[in-house]
Design a protein around this ligand. Structure first.
Ligand code: SAM
Length: 455
């Protein structure tokens, strides 16, 4: 059997008890492309594709029988689903198993771009939670922000900071997910080219970087809080060894997660502290290579003084706000430039504490521009769960929905039933964005930056 996998990696994997190296090589040889999506249950509850099969560890995850052209599906642009590799959806199972979905938490997704796991967390965490999604690389924050906005979840704050900045929030988070940058061997089947980048030297480098990211940020997790540590690497040095190191250095305890033996997920046990890890191998599961371990912080953790802040004057009147959003009483508003943002009232003080130490890219939802007289609603508001459901709306055919997404001129004939003024356009009952219905024309307000080009 010809083999493109690095021998050095295979030799290490062979040391694992019962590891079937031939099956592992064969599955890479065949190179099957697996496509999976995870639904946004607040927008749709059934996949719009046929011939789907469920991802066993995530009730909103589905395998598609073939890879469609997602850009021609309006529901994709509306944030009805995220195209996500199936193994990483296992986080949904862990959240439920350890009861993190039952009550509000403050959660941090430290290495968040492009946002796959952020959108998963935001669907699964209790709706009164706060989720900080951070990405250190500035050029990758846009895609993270776009995905969070499209998902429509109001609980997220997107930040752009080095992990060390989070040390300034000691004992603050109940949950930290560190989906660390890694040597990427778990992606070899999907991306054969990634093999060229792989070397044992890079594994060593990644392992050092992973330790640095964790060492600099671990203090922000409260005592009793959970750390989820994951990679898409098969190397023990980046996985089990990191769990051992965290236990030795920072007083963590391992957490075992129940798994269904039929899933093919392998439970691994670290050498030094017998910490549990969960390994996904493509010859055993329908998904790519992935590793995750769950730790609970047992050591005492000091925290910071949480000063109450003075309530600020609302950016717009309650009447104006109630026209646009569904639960104005639960929201606070603030102005960022001319843009009005809404944010859960529950976390008004938290936002100040975060602002004091982090560079915040976006908090809550930008609902539009305030002209001094009226609100020009934003695209972000159209995609958000907080939008007032009584707003003027029109259902579009697939053809017109695609025209809308290409930002083309729309015919007035499709809007005859709509009142004049701001109007939401929908496809299959899901908001796509805004138009303005005028006497003799329709103005298309789909953002230029999101316009679909090659259809
Ligand atoms: N969690 C993401 C998702 O599910 O969509 C994928 C995250 S990816 C595995 C790792 C992320 O870590 C990348 O976005 C990368 O930019 C970021 N990263 C790279 N170097 C980093 C560093 N030194 N500190 C923190 N994050 C880093």
């Amino acid at each position: 059997m010809s083999n493109f996998l690095p021998n050095e990696l295979l030799e290490k994997l062979k040391l694992q008890e019962g590891f079937d190296v031939d099956a592992f090589k064969a599955v890479h040889q065949v190179g099957e492309r697996i496509t999976s999506i995870r639904l946004n249950p607040k927008k749709i509850t059934e996949p719009s594709y046929s011939n789907v099969s469920p991802v066993p560890w995530c009730e909103w995850g589905y395998y598609l029988s073939e890879r469609p052209v997602f850009t021609v599906d309006p529901l994709y642009h509306a944030g009805c689903y995220y195209v996500q590799e199936a193994s990483s959806m296992f986080i949904a199972h862990i959240l439920k198993e350890i009861g993190l979905v039952n009550s509000p938490v403050r959660a941090l997704d430290l290495c968040a771009a492009p946002g796959g796991k952020t959108t998963l967390l935001s669907s699964y965490l209790h709706h009164d939670s706060l989720l900080v999604a951070n990405e250190v690389i500035k050029a990758r924050v846009n895609i993270l922000q776009d995905n969070v906005t499209r998902w429509g979840e109001p609980i997220a704050v997107v930040t752009n900071n080095d992990p060390s900045a989070f040390a300034k929030l000691p004992g603050y988070f109940d949950l930290t997910l560190v989906d660390a940058p890694c040597s990427g061997s778990g992606m070899f089947r999907k991306d054969e080219g990634a093999v060229d980048e792989w070397s044992q030297a890079n594994v060593n480098l990644c392992s050092d970087r992973q330790k640095r990211i964790l060492a600099e940020s671990v203090v922000c997790l409260k005592e009793g809080g959970y750390l989820f540590y994951s990679t898409c690497s098969y190397s023990e040095q980046e996985n089990e060894d990191i769990l051992d190191w965290l236990i030795s250095e920072y007083g963590f305890q391992t957490v075992q997660v129940n798994i269904n033996p039929h899933w093919g997920v392998e439970e691994s046990i670290s050498k030094q502290h017998s910490a549990f890890g969960y390994r996904f191998y493509p010859h055993k599961v329908k998904g790519e290579g992935f590793f995750i371990g769950v730790l609970k912080k047992k050591s005492a953790q000091h925290t910071f003084e949480r000063r109450k802040t003075k309530p600020e004057k609302s950016a717009i009147s309650n009447e104006e706000l109630a026209q646009w959003v569904s639960v104005p009483q639960d929201l606070t508003t603030f102005l960022h430039g001319e843009d009005v943002h809404i944010f859960p009232k529950l976390y008004t003080d938290d936002l100040k504490w975060l602002q004091n130490v982090l560079y915040i890219r976006e908090a809550g939802i930008n609902i539009g521009r305030w002209t001094g007289r009226e609100l020009i609603p934003s695209h972000d508001l159209a995609l958000s769960f907080y939008i007032n459901t009584g707003i003027n709306k029109v259902e579009l055919s697939l053809e017109t929905a695609l025209k809308y997404l290409r930002k083309e001129a729309l015919m007035t004939t499709e809007f005859q039933a709509a009142r004049k003024g701001w109007c939401l356009v929908q496809y299959k009952g899901v908001n796509l964005g805004w138009v303005k219905v005028l006497g003799n024309r329709i103005n298309n307000y789909y953002p230029k930056s999101g316009r679909i080009m090659h259809l």
